[in-house]
Ligand binder design. Structure first.
Ligand code: PLP
Length: 390
């Protein structure tokens, strides 16, 4: 990287056409033309994205986004997909085969959990789970057929933090692929490759877009790991749309300033709520009371934009809290410039039984705030007045 990452996020532009456009151009085209039958034949002989053939295989705008994320994450290359789940599913499908075993943190995104428990077994792939609060239990779960270890740090919605250096050393020792979902932190806050990750996946839908507009997913890593993923995406078709890639590339220009402000607002909110009489617990990686605060300080540059708290009144209070909000949005997205509140137990996770909720880190009174970029006093005032009614 020639400049500071903050500068690269704004200035890095991999391609410019002869129009000499200043801003990143968008190439909305399904396919690319050839000058001769021989050229076309040789393009189809390739199994790499160097030559554009068809936008399911590669597209200059999507490539721009991939290269920019890879640069910011500090790695070589990547693939981009239509959603974060497509990125995660493609990662599993590329590297896991019948008879393989995957170890995952139990606290992972709901749909990721569903792939692990409901779909992978259909292809004879076994999974085992560990508690993010007890990484020392991981080694005992490793089997001869364990191929991948999958984590989110911080986790959604529990905000558990995993010591990536410790886990990556275990993975290296046992020749296991270490995959990190870096969605909650983004490369502006945390660089998993520095701590030994093999692949980083993202739901670009969240902070990378940052304004709740488009869906997207991306996986980045070393060339030799991305090549089989490229072929998987090229052939099975979860590819990202060039329009979404263009939106996301422009969004990266403001990623660092947004993440700074999200974290600044989130820390102010967390500190404000810490002693609130209606709450039993406030969780935020930058609060010294967070169980893995020291690990967070080691691997993150700030605490990110998500704060969770536990309402004394449980399920009913959670529902009343949501209904009393005036400014914060009630929606299940996160990482938006607009602050968002969610109460998983009465909404997104209401179908889970008590045991399943516990496994993914959800309690009846848990509220997740995706702290936006509004003035912090307005965010606090709305949460305060809603807590009075909860
Ligand atoms: C939202 C999310 C996903 C899924 O991404 P989509 O873009 O919604 O498919 C995966 N992991 C984490 C941590 C998420 O928050």
């Amino acid at each position: 990287m020639a400049y500071h990452p903050e500068t690269e996020a704004i200035r890095a532009q991999m391609q410019r056409t002869e129009q000499k456009e200043h801003s990143t151009p968008m190439f909305l085209t399904s396919s690319f033309v050839y000058d001769s039958a021989e050229d076309m034949a040789s393009a189809f002989m390739t199994d790499t994205p160097e030559m554009n053939i068809y936008s399911r295989f590669s597209n200059p705008t999507v490539d721009e986004f991939i290269r920019k994320i890879a640069l910011l994450e500090g790695t070589e290359t990547g693939i981009a997909t239509g959603t974060g789940m497509a990125a995660i599913f493609s990662t599993f499908m590329t590297f896991l085969s019948k008879g393989d075993h995957i170890i995952s943190a139990s606290a992972v995104f709901g749909s990721t959990h569903t792939i692990l428990t409901k779909y992978l077994p259909k292809w004879g792939i076994d999974s085992t789970y560990f508690d993010m609060n007890h990484p020392e239990q991981i080694e005992a779960l490793i089997r001869p057929n364990t191929k991948m270890l999958y984590v989110e740090t911080p986790s959604n919605p529990g905000l558990d933090i995993l010591d990536m250096e410790y886990v990556s050393a275990l993975c290296k020792k046992h020749n296991i692929l270490f995959v990190v979902d870096n969605c909650f932190a983004t490369p502006a806050v945390q660089l998993p490759f520095k701590f030994g990750a093999d692949l980083v996946v993202h739901s670009a839908t969240k902070y990378i877009d940052g304004q709740g507009r488009v869906l997207g997913g991306v996986v980045v890593g070393r060339k030799e790991l991305i090549q089989p993923m490229y072929l998987f995406v090229r052939n099975t078709g979860p590819s990202m749309s060039p329009f979404n890639a263009w939106v996301l590339t422009k969004s990266l220009e403001t990623l660092f300033v947004r993440m700074d402000k999200h974290a600044d607002n989130a820390l102010k909110l967390a500190r404000h709520l810490e002693s609130h009489p209606k709450l039993t617990k406030v969780k935020y990686p930058w609060l010294p009371s967070h169980p893995q605060h020291d690990t967070a300080k080691k691997q993150m540059l700030n605490g990110g934009g998500i704060v969770t708290f536990e309402l004394k009144g449980g399920l009913n209070s959670g529902r009343q809290f949501l209904n009393a909000l005036k400014m914060l949005s009630m929606t299940n997205n996160l990482g938006d410039s607009r602050s968002i509140a969610s109460h998983p137990a009465s909404t997104t996770h209401s179908k889970l039984n008590a045991e399943e909720k516990k496994a993914v880190g959800i309690t009846d009174g848990l509220v997740r705030i995706s702290v936006g970029l509004e003035h912090i006093d307005d965010i606090i005032a709305d949460i305060e007045q809603a807590l009075e009614k909860a």
